[in-house]
Design a binder for this molecule. Structure first.
Ligand SMILES: [Mn+2]
Length: 274
């Protein structure tokens, strides 16, 4: 029995299957953690969704920004972007089942000394804070209020967390932290414009994981989202987005020993913008 974490798949179904067979994954005795962004931009998001859903309790996936974009487009609140590859899901006979399943995935999961989110966590949040805030959003996504919430989901504001935020502002910033954040200030103000690597931090900002006083520093965080950082295996930050959809690779990491497997992307290399 082993636990494997896999980075952002984004519809790269062939690479996902190749990676599962490379690690010898067995749903009967192994477990899979997926860092989110199962869908979009890549060639076969529908097959990825069906495959991960069919793995049942053997696979745990957290929601990423592209997964939420799919839910929002499906609800009719946003138009698909030109580079989106979501149409086959929206037209699939099992679309409702797949979307219902996706909307009930968590935003954060913790087990032993591990914590998984798609993008990051604010420096001033403890592991308990992370889980409590994730549950707030998960409850709404699984409720009758989900459609209204998805309509109010998008936006960069508020840009800083406050404990007394409420309503959609509170839910929106929680989602932005878990699914979109790259750079923030020590107080937890976020920047969403810069998508390049750590060297491009806007003045006053640093990568979310680089702040000295970060309260989750003693926990191993499994995440993805920041493909311009490529694969980053710091002792307590395991960032697994190695840019498969951009021509990079899809990565699997075995926990707790840290052995890594990769399969090369079948997509052409796209240097930017991610
Ligand atoms: Mn992402």
């Amino acid at each position: 029995m082993a636990l494997y974490a896999i980075g952002d798949i984004q519809g790269c179904h062939a690479e996902f299957c190749e990676l599962l067979s490379l690690i010898g994954f067995s749903p009967a005795c192994d477990r899979l953690w997926l860092v989110g962004d199962l869908v979009n931009r890549g060639p076969d998001s529908l097959a990825v969704l069906r495959e991960v859903k069919a793995l049942g309790p053997a696979a745990t996936t957290v929601l990423g920004n592209h997964d939420l974009h799919l839910l929002t487009v499906a609800a009719g609140h946003r138009r698909a972007h030109r580079s989106d590859t979501l149409a086959p899901i929206l037209e699939a006979p099992d679309r409702d089942e797949l979307l219902h399943w996706l909307a009930r995935r968590p935003l954060a999961v913790a087990e032993d000394d591990l914590l998984m989110v798609h993008a990051g966590v604010l420096p001033q949040w403890s592991v308990d804070d992370v889980l409590a805030r994730a549950r707030e959003v998960e409850e709404v996504l699984a409720s009758d209020g989900a459609e209204d919430f998805l309509q109010a989901l998008y936006g960069d504001r508020p840009e800083a967390w406050r404990d007394d935020l409420d309503g959609y502002d509170r839910l929106r910033i929680i989602v932005n932290v878990f699914t979109r954040m790259r750079f923030c200030t020590p107080e937890g103000r976020m920047d969403f414009r810069e998508k390049r690597g750590a060297a491009f931090a806007p003045a006053g900002f640093a990568p979310w994981f680089a702040h000295d006083q970060r309260r989750t520093a003693g926990t191993r965080i499994v995440c993805g989202h920041w493909s311009t950082l490529a694969l980053m295996l710091a002792p307590n930050v395991l960032m697994l987005d190695s840019g498969c959809v951009w021509g990079g690779a899809l990565t699997a990491l075995r926990l707790p020993d840290g052995r890594v497997w990769q399969v090369g992307s079948r997509a052409p290399v796209i240097p930017e913008p991610r």
